[in-house]
Design a protein. Structure first.
Length: 307
């Protein structure tokens, strides 16, 4: 009786662990993807200004907060296309499985397989990007998402066509179900890989375009600051105004205005001029956050703020 009870308790606990795994594992995978795409977004954003994001002591929460901006549009597009492709796929599979469509099913199966193989082979130049591919194909595409996403989407279409061909072959009475099931799983993995690659590229493009748009707005969304220093500061741009306020303002007698805070880490301020220098463009000033400077942040209204 005791052994039976212990066995039942073990089976119940195992069942609970297995059920928990179905919840924890997908959630962990989703968080991992959000973290990766958020990190890709912020890396591209700060790389535009010559800063490596690992210098900023970003936390996991910071990366996760950056992921919605990088993911909303592609996820919405992929979900919409996924629903349409799924129902179209199931309708075509069901219709072609009818006995009266035997010849048509064979034709579609062979055509889908041939086109799918050709598009999947296209993945080699798409992902490796050899020089001849860049010169003959990518150079003819408009920069931005057409150049980054369109070639890889053709590879995704190839995976869908191959998946359709495998399903039709299976329904037509193909032998050795195991290998064909394995091939279908492989095509699903290829499709997932291509979509992951596309979303990562999109996140990088959004980060770069966000940084460029911020620069075009003269960084009006970033907080303006006054920098007070013990020693003279060499301005990073002709737009920066630095003055010596005299001994009466010791120890921080040197004041610079015209900077905005691009980022702040535990040890450094990353400041950028509000107006672009005509000669050097956007130049980032990196200052040690120590006792030699005091940074005063201006609020929404002129003169209000905290230091």
């Amino acid at each position: 009786m005791g052994r039976q009870q212990v066995t039942e308790e073990k089976s119940k606990s195992k069942s609970f662990v297995e059920k928990a795994a179905y919840v924890v594992t997908p959630g962990t995978a989703v968080l991992g993807l959000l973290y990766y795409f958020g990190a890709t977004y912020w890396n591209a954003y700060y790389a535009y200004f010559g800063i490596r994001v690992n210098q900023l002591d970003y936390s996991i929460q910071d990366y996760l907060l950056g992921s919605p901006q990088a993911l909303f549009l592609p996820v919405w597009v992929l979900l919409t296309l996924g629903v349409l492709v799924f129902f179209t796929f199931r309708w075509a599979e069901r219709e072609l499985a009818r006995p009266r469509h035997t010849q048509l099913r064979t034709l579609v199966c062979r055509s889908a397989a041939a086109a799918g193989v050709a598009l999947l082979l296209l993945g080699f130049p798409v992902f490796l990007e050899p020089p001849w591919w860049s010169d003959l194909v990518l150079s003819r595409l408009r920069s931005g998402w057409p150049r980054d996403l369109v070639p890889t989407l053709f590879v995704a279409i190839g995976a869908v066509l191959m998946l359709l061909a495998l399903r039709l072959y299976h329904r037509s009475g193909g032998q050795d179900e195991g290998p064909w099931r394995l091939a279908e799983g492989f095509m699903v993995a290829v499709l997932a890989m291509v979509l992951f690659f596309d979303v990562a590229r999109y996140a990088r493009g959004v980060g770069e375009s966000s940084a460029a748009a911020e620069a075009q707005r003269h960084f009006s969304d970033l907080p303006a600051v006054l920098v007070h220093a013990r020693e003279p500061i060499e301005p990073a741009s002709a737009a920066i105004r630095c003055v010596d306020e005299g001994k009466q303002h010791q120890p921080f007698r040197y004041r610079c205005e015209g900077y905005r805070v691009l980022a702040h880490s535990k040890t450094h301020y990353y400041l950028i001029p509000g107006d672009r220098d005509p000669q050097w463009g956007d130049v980032t000033m990196i200052l040690m956050d120590d006792a030699s400077i005091r940074v005063q942040v201006r609020g929404e209204y002129w003169g209000t703020g905290a230091s």
